[in-house]
Design a binder for this molecule. Structure first.
Ligand code: 1CP
Length: 378
């Protein structure tokens, strides 16, 4: 298709750098958008459904997880659903005692701090993913043509919770471990890469169309530490899904200094693919997509990553509570700044704050959909 109209999901076309599944140029008629944490506490229908059910129990109830995943798609007309789950779900499925404590986040009964702790980590059986596979299949069936995005936590971010045992600001524990006891760190990060990679793979095999690796806390790492102790483990997580032909997205916050290294982590895995599995590769992402937080202008991100790199982002969540005129001008700036990249999917620079007025999000979606491609050519 060369007419500028495409039957394929605009989101997948942008993720593939403006290519359709056959690898031919195809320009969607509308800018695709979804929001990190679009499901969740900003929605009254979510708060009502979740009442009396713990976060992780909700994630493991296929009917509830599917319904929560669909809520923001119905309400906002976003171009993708993101699977309702959590990065610590593979830990729970492996039998690790982890809870999501309201207003705190993930808390482990037994933090993982020594070589013996790492060696005692349980094996995760593939059958354990059954509730995830079932929830994804139910969701995809009800979504129709809207793609579902699967996800997992990157090894550093997941290991940060495992070492600290709870959310932390500076992630001192894992950063100490990678220097003080690099063998233990590598063993832990390998374990995390394996469970996260298989969690993404389970979602893609069950019908998700793309997968995002969340390295939310990678911004607390220096460039040298990321290169020496983290990048290979993120590449290992991606390698579980690199042969499937689905677009892969790599996101973190505060990562301006390491964006190129994050791009390489995905690109390395994609270049290797899965031996003997060429099917679908032509329709796959020619480059991983890089998610940009609100701190780096998208035009600057393209300078750092090259025009062939599709981008995702990066509306500042802080502006969701500003006057509409201020927010609208910001959204238009973000669209314009992304126009130099091979592909651009609009998103926030981090998750939807729980206090966000959902009507503002709906209005942002319709604004983005109203911007015609002709208005934004670079
Ligand atoms: O009771 C509640 O409503 C709990 C809030 C909540 C929700 C809605 C948590 C606890 N997790 C989730 C769902 C979730 N988590 C999604 C679902 C889909 C969507 O985006 O709509 C996703 C993608 C995640 C991934 C996740 N969990 C990340 C990466 C994304 C990010 O925000 O950077 C991280 C870091 C977590 C850990 C986590 N889980 C929950 C909280 C509050 C946190 C962060 C805690 C901290 O500050 O360290």
């Amino acid at each position: 298709l060369t007419s500028g109209v495409t039957a394929e999901s605009p989101l997948l076309v942008e993720y593939r750098g403006g290519r359709d599944a056959a690898g031919d140029p195809a320009r969607p008629g509308r800018r695709p958008v979804w929001f990190m944490r679009q499901a969740g506490r900003s929605l009254p229908e979510y708060r009502a459904l979740r009442e009396g059910t713990s976060m992780l129990d909700a994630c493991l109830d296929p009917e509830m997880a599917a319904e929560i995943t669909l809520q923001p798609v119905r309400r906002h007309d976003v171009d993708a659903a993101i699977f309702f789950s959590d990065i610590v779900i593979p830990l729970r499925l492996a039998g690790i005692d982890v809870e999501i404590v309201p207003n705190v986040g993930p808390v482990l009964a037994h933090p993982v701090r020594t070589r013996a702790d790492v060696e005692a980590l349980p094996q995760l059986d593939d059958d354990a993913f059954a509730p995830i596979t079932e929830a994804v299949a139910r969701t995809v069936e009800q979504l129709g043509s809207t793609p579902l995005i699967g996800f997992a936590g990157a090894p550093f971010t997941l290991a940060a919770y495992m070492v600290e045992g709870r959310p932390s600001r500076d992630h001192l524990g894992p950063r100490t471990m990678m220097h003080a006891d690099p063998e233990t760190w590598d063993a832990l990060a390998s374990w995390a890469a394996d469970v996260s990679g298989r969690f993404m793979r389970a979602q893609l095999m069950a019908g998700a169309s793309a997968a995002q690796l969340f390295d939310s806390w990678a911004g607390s790492l220096g460039r040298d530490d990321y290169a020496a102790h983290v990048q290979k483990h993120s590449a290992a997580a991606f390698s579980h899904v690199a042969g499937l032909g689905a677009p892969l997205i790599h996101f973190g916050t505060g990562t301006g200094e390491i964006l190129d290294l994050m791009l390489q982590a995905g690109a390395k895995a994609l270049a290797q693919g899965v031996p003997g599995d060429d099917e679908g590769v032509s329709g796959g992402s020619p480059s991983p997509v890089v998610g940009i937080d609100y701190r780096v202008n998208l035009a600057e991100a393209t300078r750092r990553l090259g025009e062939q790199t599709p981008l995702q982002g990066n509306i500042d969540p802080a502006l969701l509570t500003a006057d509409w005129d201020v927010l609208e001008a910001h959204v238009r700036d973000v669209v314009a700044a992304g126009a130099g990249a091979a592909g651009h999917v609009l998103n926030l620079g981090h998750g939807v704050p729980p206090s966000t007025d959902p009507e503002v999000l709906t209005r942002v979606v319709s604004l983005i959909h109203s911007i015609s491609p002709a208005e934004i050519e670079p």
